[in-house]
Write a protein that binds this ligand. Structure first.
Ligand SMILES: Nc1ncnc2c1ncn2[C@@H]1O[C@H](COP(=O)(O)OP(=O)(O)OP(=O)(O)O)[C@@H](O)[C@H]1O
Length: 411
């Protein structure tokens, strides 16, 4: 078991981790979530004795990492897959690690097989793709057959087959009774991999509970209602009836309505009473992604802004109208932007950006699913549980070497 008590880390006047207390238990995969710069890697480094806490402590099986006997046989970790001597082959890299910990050479070949690198075992790792590097890092973590495993974003750079493989590996390691602590930005992946979640924001604990409870506690159930597309007046009539009955009604992008505050049978009765036909009436629960976005929305350090493209536009000829944006294609006449990633931002989020409202532009961070239209209050935001208020963090990260695969590092 990993146990942190009052764990705090300051770098000068920067508080990276503040008063963090949690336990990571054996037998389940525990996901470690938080926005960029929230302190996940710092926490993992402290667990592994690579950084000293400013105050508090963290132990593995009751002992600080540095006091563990032959730690590599007890704890395996993937922190930075690039921390490999590029001139060495995968096999000789693992052999070096094995020799340092008294692990027999045959174990190296075993783990190379487990991660699927046996055919490239003699190739220099500097020619490895990001995904191959991740697999090599995972092999190194498994080398000592440890009971406790930490993985910092293990699926980074892996293809879908690789992601599935990591998911099954994590689950099978936990099923063997090991302690498995995994950080990730991929919420959908965490929902499929982890049973328990520890969520931090600006270095502080926001949540420590099962995935099931996390979704239940942080996401409001709602009903989705749809009236015939051809008769917009039916939609208006229904909106009026539901609002009058005390429901909150939000329009959705596809013409449907998101209704909270009224049970489904009541919505049906109200529609019937108002003589409105329904094409859809369905119960919904927000996904892990939505629950996470709701919880961490106040603790995000880096947000994209609208790309104003100032100075790039050709002056319009007198009397000409600017071109209309084409949905999904950006604005005609401009350079083609990269397509927005699902749930992410296509453009790097430079440090020091204003921390106010998220942008609503075509290239900004897309609003969370079901977010209200601009100008409307967000009833979900007001329901957020009163968690600890993270300390302000005006400064931007400046410690890590640039990693073009991480959005915050593409700066
Ligand atoms: N050695 C350091 N010196 C100064 N500041 C640091 C150092 N290490 C981390 N920080 C700061 O501490 C905060 C937490 O960083 P950390 O890398 O732990 O976050 P993270 O949650 O792992 O981020 P990401 O998800 O982007 O990898 C950041 O603001 C970072 O700039």
């Amino acid at each position: 078991m990993i146990e942190a008590v009052g764990l705090t880390k300051r770098y000068g006047d920067k508080t990276a981790v503040y008063n963090l207390s949690f336990q990571v238990r054996p037998g389940t995969v525990t996901g470690f979530l938080g926005p960029n710069g929230s302190g996940k890697s710092t926490t993992m480094r402290m667990i592994l004795g690579l950084d000293n806490p400013t105050s508090g402590q963290v132990t593995i099986g009751g002992h600080p990492y540095r006091k563990l006997q032959n730690a590599a046989r007890q704890v395996g970790a993937l922190l930075d897959a690039k921390a490999v001597h590029g001139g060495r082959s995968a096999r000789s890299h693992l052999l070096c690690l094995a020799q340092l910990s008294g692990i027999p050479a045959r174990r190296v070949d075993e783990v190379l097989g487990v991660v699927g690198l046996q055919d490239v075992a003699k190739k220099r790792s500097k020619g490895f793709s990001l995904g191959m590097g991740q697999r090599l890092g995972i092999a190194a973590a498994l080398l000592g057959d440890p009971q406790v495993l930490l993985f910092d974003e293990p699926v980074n750079g892996l293809d879908p087959e690789g992601i599935l493989w990591v998911r099954n590996l994590m689950k099978s390691l936990a099923a063997e009774g090991r302690t498995v602590f995994v950080s990730s930005h991929l919420m959908s992946e965490m929902a499929l991999t982890a049973e328990h979640l520890i969520v931090i924001g600006r270095g502080q604990l926001l949540s420590d509970m099962s995935v099931k409870d996390f979704i239940a506690q942080n996401s409001a159930g709602f009903a989705r209602v749809r009236t015939p597309d051809t008769e917009p007046q039916q939609r208006e009539k229904l909106t009026a009836a539901l609002t009058e009955a005390g429901g909150q009604v939000l329009p959705e992008a596809d013409g449907g309505l998101r209704v909270t505050g009224l049970p489904l049978p009541r919505i049906s009765d109200l529609a019937h009473g108002a003589d409105v036909r329904l094409w859809e009436l369905s119960p919904h629960q927000a996904s892990l992604e939505e629950a996470y976005m709701r919880m961490t929305q106040g603790a995000v350090d880096y947000r994209s802004t609208i790309d104003q493209k100032e100075g790039l536009m050709q002056p319009l000829p007198p009397g000409a109208q600017p071109p209309a944006p084409v949905p999904g294609q950006g604005q005609p006449g401009w350079y083609a932007p990269p397509p927005p990633q699902q749930g992410g931002q296509p453009f790097a989020m430079p440090p020091g950006m204003p921390q106010g409202q998220p942008p609503a532009g075509p290239y900004g961070a897309p609003p969370a699913p079901g977010a209200p239209a601009p100008g409307q209050p967000n009833p979900y935001a007001t329901e957020a549980p009163a968690g600890p208020q993270p300390p302000a963090q005006p400064s931007a990260p400046a410690h890590a070497p640039a990693d073009p695969n991480k959005p915050e590092d593409a700066r």
